[in-house]
Structure formats: C-alpha cells, structure tokens
Design a protein around this ligand. Structure first.
Ligand code: SF4
Ligand code: MG
Length: 335
C-alpha cells in the first residue's frame, strides 16, 4: 500500500517559564493508505502532541518544532504557513476528539457544521452541501437524518454526537483521519459500535486512520499496526499480532498486563507502579528505566537503540542486545 505520511525524527517541545518540556523526542513512523496505526501510551507519553503536530494544532509558542519532518504528499508540514495549513486541515487531514461536546459548536446545527467544510473546501452550494450532510449522517448510522440534520449537538446522545463528529470529519474525504481517544467517554457497547463504524468507513473510503488511545484493548480489533509511546518516544512498534503475541518491550508487557482479561474477571489488574518521567528533565538513558523491573546499569545512562525484530517490528530496549541476560516475557502474553 502507498505511503502517505512519513514522520521522521520529529521532536516537539513546549517552553515553560521553568524549562523546555520535551514532549515528543525523535519520533519516526510511516502511515499507508487504508491502514490504521494505533499510537498507544499513558497520558503524558506524547501521543496527543504527536497527533496534533500532524495538523499543526499545537499553539506555537509555547510549542515549537525542535527537529525532524512530517512529510505529507511529499511536502513538509512543519514548514507550512498557517494559511497553507488551512487548506490541509479538515480537507486532507481530519480529526475527531474524545469529547464531541467540546469540539462540536453548540450554537450551530449539525447540518451547518457538516456543510461548512464542504462549502469552504469544495465550493459546494449550500443545498448540495446539506444533501451530502444527510447522506453522511445516514452513512454513520444516524436514524432519520433528514430531521436530525437540523438539530443542535445537545439534542444528540453521546454516541450520536461521536457519530456526527465522524460525519463532519469525513465530509471532505480526508486522506488521513486522526482519532484522539474517540471512544474513551463512551460506554463499552457504543465504543465497539463506533470502532466498527470507523473500520467500515475506512473500507469504503480508503482513509488512513491514526488512532490515539491509552487502552491497548481498543487496539486489538481496530488497528493494523501499533506504536507504543513512553516518555515522548516510541519504544516499540509492530503489527497488532507482533505487539500482542510477541511483545518485546517491558513497557508493552506492562500495558498488556494491565489490560482486563475476558476469561478472568476476578484477577486484579496489574497497574504499572511508578509514574512517567518528567519531560522537563528527561532521563539520559531509557525513559522507562525508573519503572522497569529489568533495568540494568546501562539503561540509566544510555538510550537504547532500536532492534529490528522483523521488517515491521522495532523495539528500543537493551534486553535485546546479545550481551544482555535472557529474559522471558511474563505470562499474560497469551492474550
Ligand atoms: Fe527496561 Fe532497560 Fe529495556 Fe529500558 S532498556 S525497558 S530500562 S531493560
Ligand atoms: Mg491526550
């Protein structure tokens, strides 16, 4: 499949009065047509900042690109002017957020919010844009779309608002859809429905999806590839199968261990003890060293390199060095 986005050595910082917070550090990944890449990590891992960087939604200042590039259609997003970004946002790259209530405009009907992008980016006439709006609401599974299109966000349920937001994001046929925790605020049944919907729509439209989540459980059915982020860095990346059946990074082990298991409701979830590193003063070596049960001397002082385990799996951990002691992944790995 064709590569449509290539992020290379991206570093993003925020200037605070105390220090420079290095939120994203040397992150690289590619995205292909018709593919869903999940970026997984705890809050503060840099996953949302990475996603927002792709659309340049980061307030600059205090945010700034420190290094690297984001190649989309062969052009570097980090070098674009605000004016040039306006024709990319919404049209080429769409975004849906965790809480539709904060991103939908409460004073505008759903129809008007869908039509806006179509009128702006595709110079559609108002009537035509509304008709397309009705089609889109139908596509995302909203019943009686002809009536619903004239309603306001508060007249929709949580799940329907999320569907409406997907309709707005898809209105302009974006090549990439970024979904930041799109189902976190929803109950489990609706969550599954929304993820299924995104999958179906992807089949129809070929849109590539970047799915940002803290929940590895969401990823299993929804994504093709996974990038695990920790402390502003990607610590492991691979196909869904590689991440679930052959995870090699102790942080990925921790995430898998803290996932609820369907076959055992009584088992206590093993949260990973400790907290993420302070990115105003990031550790010199492995970002996970302070919490890692397998940390060795080198881990604290030297950043692990990426070990290529397959053409698709890369893991940044010193345990993969041939001189390191052999460590077997813990039990959970048979998820
Ligand atoms: Fe743990 Fe060291 Fe691997 Fe980091 S490099 S995850 S500290 S073993
Ligand atoms: Mg976030």
């Amino acid at each position: 499949m064709k590569k449509i986005l290539s992020v290379k050595n991206l570093s993003v910082s925020f200037d605070t009065y105390k220090a420079e917070v290095k939120a994203v550090r040397d992150v690289s990944f590619d995205l292909h047509e018709e593919e869903t890449l999940a970026i997984v990590g705890e809050s503060g891992s840099g996953k949302s900042v990475t996603a927002q960087s792709l659309m340049r939604l980061i307030p600059m200042p205090p945010g700034k690109f420190v290094g690297g590039s984001i190649l989309f259609n062969g052009e570097d997003i980090t070098q674009k002017s605000e004016k040039q970004m306006e024709s990319i946002r919404g049209k080429e790259i769409g975004m849906i957020f965790q809480d539709p209530m904060t991103s939908l405009n409460p004073t505008m009907t759903i129809g008007k919010q869908i039509a806006e992008g179509l009128i702006k980016h595709h110079s559609m006439a108002k009537k035509e844009a509304y008709n397309r709006g009705v089609e889109l609401l139908k596509l995302v599974g909203i019943p009686t779309p002809e009536k619903r299109i004239n309603q306001y966000p508060h007249e929709f349920s949580g799940g329907m608002r999320q569907r409406a937001m997907i309709a707005i994001a898809l209105a302009c046929n974006p090549k990439i859809l970024i979904a930041d925790e799109p189902t976190t605020a929803l109950d489990v049944t609706i969550q599954a429905q929304i993820l299924d919907l995104m999958k179906e729509l992807q089949k129809e439209t070929g849109t590539a999806i970047i799915l940002i989540t803290h929940d590895l459980g969401v990823v299993a059915n929804a994504a093709h590839r996974v990038a695990v982020m920790y402390g502003g860095k990607i610590v492991e990346t691979g196909t869904v199968d590689e991440i679930f059946y052959n995870p090699r990074h102790p942080y990925t082990w921790g995430l898998l261990g803290s996932m609820p298991r369907l076959d055992n409701h009584d088992e206590e979830l093993k949260a990973i003890p400790g907290s993420p590193p302070d990115l105003a003063d990031p550790p010199k070596g492995c970002p996970f060293a302070a919490r890692c049960p397998y940390a060795m001397k080198a881990c604290g002082s030297h950043m692990p390199e990426y070990y290529e385990l397959s053409s698709t799996q890369k893991t940044a951990c010193w345990l993969l060095d041939e001189r390191a002691p052999k460590v077997e992944p813990p039990e959970f790995a048979n998820v």
